[in-house]
Design a protein around this ligand. Structure first.
Ligand SMILES: [Zn+2]
Length: 52
């Protein structure tokens, strides 16, 4: 399973594919990993609830 959507620059918001380096080519800012949080929640929420 893969929840990875890609990478996104924290400085300028430029998006990159997940196999891009971890430095923005536009502003050399740090890239943050972007996950599909809605999919993660839909998959994990039943487990989280069962764990209390
Ligand atoms: Zn940038």
């Amino acid at each position: 399973m893969s929840y990875l959507k890609g990478l996104r620059c924290k400085q300028c918001g430029t998006r990159y594919p997940a196999d891009q380096s971890f430095v923005c080519l536009e502003c050399f800012g740090p890239l943050e990993v972007s996950y599909d949080y809605s999919k993660i929640q839909s998959d994990l929420s039943p487990k989280i609830i069962s764990q209390g």
